[in-house]
Design a protein around this ligand. Structure first.
Ligand code: S3P
Length: 172
């Protein structure tokens, strides 16, 4: 359990390919909660793919939409929320998710090599992955921010079901 309030929201963070969008629905099903993927909400509301938002408006514009979308969604109860891999770089988002009563931020940690293997072939949909020259630096820069989450789960060698168990356990 966490402090004096019970957990009403589980927010999943971690690099691309860490399993947020796979594990999120499994956790939600176990708890009887709703699952939302921030990227899916952004795509539905913008009416265009993430890669098009990056290409037409730039990464900074995407980050602003992302920050506002998370702030709006993170107030819901009975919610499992999967963040995009870069959301953790925003200080307001970190502040919100680390200090909101009833929210736990859970980090799914995978090695860069694991991530590359899992995301192979998705460069077209993932502009940050496509930017190979900066990928390792991004990974290193984000790692301490992810690790500041309430819970960090080493997910490299775990099945989605095992990660789900660990996340549900973290919410108790
Ligand atoms: C990004 C990760 C993506 C998506 C966008 C940017 C990043 O989400 O938000 O392409 O900066 O790492 P996933 O982590 O779900 O791939």
């Amino acid at each position: 359990g966490h402090e004096l309030v019970s957990v009403r929201r589980i927010v999943l963070t971690g690099f691309m390919g860490s399993g947020k969008s796979t594990v999120g629905p499994l956790v939600a099903a176990r708890l009887g909660w709703r699952f939302l993927d921030v990227d899916d909400v952004i795509v539905a509301e913008a009416g265009m793919a993430i890669s098009d938002i990056f290409a037409r408006h730039g990464e900074l514009a995407f980050r602003e939409i992302e920050r506002n979308t998370i702030a709006r969604l993170a107030g819901e109860d009975g919610l499992v929320l999967a963040l995009g891999g870069g959301a953790i770089e925003d200080a307001d988002t970190r502040e919100l998710l680390l200090h909101a009563p009833g929210t736990i931020l859970v980090h799914l940690e995978v090695a860069l090599e694991t991530m590359l293997a899992r995301c192979s072939g998705t460069d077209g949909a993932r502009p940050v992955l496509a930017d190979r020259a900066n990928l390792a630096a991004r990974y290193e820069r984000r790692l301490p921010l992810y690790r500041a989450a309430h819970v960090s789960i080493a997910a490299d060698r775990l099945t989605p079901e095992q990660v789900t168990d660990a996340v549900v356990q973290a919410g108790r």
